[in-house]
Design a protein around this ligand. Structure first.
Ligand code: PHE
Length: 343
């Protein structure tokens, strides 16, 4: 009997609990009402009187040791779980800094364009990315089956006979149609947004990109007004020294139409590889709104005239920040994006 108690004492001495469940098993075995110690104490009366003292001493030793072990293990386990497993956590250390995201370069450039035109009274209009044929093409004077529709390789969602198709908008001019249909002139709006074209993806082209188009309609609006507005924009965007030039072009919805170049902001017009040694960079298309378009949208073409222009945001951002590959704007590589955090 005495040997059995000594063995229990050494078991208690060597006991290690690493979880609360294990410790509870220990408590049940030794310290609970149905545990070893209760049994041993009730055994006392059966022990011959001459051995009772020694027996009592041993059982008491077992009891004290089991209780001490239990208390120690309990505080040990609690301190571990309180500090999440790191009892050596130093609360006086500075906190880890939050990593803040930065605005996307396309958003930065778009906001800059909107704010430059905002200062001369242009407000922002929006419209759907899924458009019907009328708003994307027909109202804009694209004749049915006219090759001009191929100028903008279209992603059709539902291709129907005639002019009933549904497509992803190929330009934000569709927003301008929506505004002209619902607003009485004067109209002075910007139409920013994402547009889609079925083009092979390369460093210079993508199947989607972003545009800002502008529209100004009122009585007596002239080509000279357009030129002055675009000169103001170019100087604000690329610097006060910037010059512009207009080259004749063609769009179904403007007459006359032009493409506008600005002096290269990188070499200041001297010639470099960005402007291909011409000193000029093409940045937008523009023109006087074709009277057919005004009529299609319910505006009196005898009374009102207007101009429109459209530019690709990616192109402007590439020029401003000397980005060589258009695909970088949609890959969302943080190493690229975080370079714009100061903007
Ligand atoms: N909508 C034309 C395009 O996407 C741009 C443009 C707008 C040209 C307005 C002239 C006038 O290419």
């Amino acid at each position: 009997m005495q040997d059995k108690i000594k063995q229990l004492i050494s078991e208690v001495d060597n006991y290690v609990a690493s979880t609360k469940d294990q410790l509870e098993a220990f408590r049940l075995k030794y310290l609970s009402k149905k545990g070893v110690l209760t049994d041993l104490f009730s055994e006392m009366k059966n022990i011959p009187v001459e051995h009772r003292k020694d027996f009592g001493l041993l059982v008491n030793e077992l009891k004290t040791k089991a209780e001490e072990k239990f208390q120690l293990a309990m505080t040990g386990l609690e301190s571990v779980s309180d500090s999440g497993g790191h009892s050596d956590l130093d609360l006086s250390l500075p906190a880890e800094p939050y990593v803040l995201g930065s605005r996307h370069p396309i958003s930065i450039t778009r906001n800059r364009i909107l704010s430059i035109f905002g200062r001369i009274g242009f407000t922002v209009a929006q419209g759907p990315e899924i458009e019907d044929d009328w708003h994307n093409f027909t109202a804009l004077n694209f004749p049915e089956n006219h090759p001009a529709r191929d100028m903008q390789d279209t992603f059709f969602i539902e291709q129907r006979e005639g002019t009933d198709s549904i497509a992803l908008r190929t330009h934000t001019s569709s927003i301008q149609v929506r505004v002209m249909e619902t607003t009485k002139p004067p109209i002075r709006i910007l139409a920013p947004g994402r547009v889609y074209r079925n083009e092979a993806i390369s460093a210079r082209a993508h199947c989607f990109f972003h545009q800002v188009e502008g529209l100004y309609i009122d009585e007596g609006v002239s080509f000279a007004d357009m030129k002055q507005t675009l000169l103001y924009f170019s100087r604000e965007m690329f610097g006060a020294e910037t010059k512009i030039r207009l080259r004749p072009s063609y769009f179904p919805f403007t007459e006359p139409s032009a493409e506008m170049d600005v002096t290269c902001s990188i070499c200041k017009g001297k010639g470099c590889n960005v402007c291909k040694y011409t000193g000029w960079l093409e940045i937008l298309g523009c023109g006087m709104v074709d009277p057919n378009v005004l009529t299609n949208c319910g505006i009196d073409a005898e009374k009102y005239t207007g101009f429109a222009f459209g530019m690709g945001i990616e192109r402007i951002a590439m020029l401003r920040h000397d980005v060589k590959d258009l695909r970088l704007f949609s890959e969302n590589d943080v190493r690229f994006l975080k370079q714009f955090s100061g903007e």
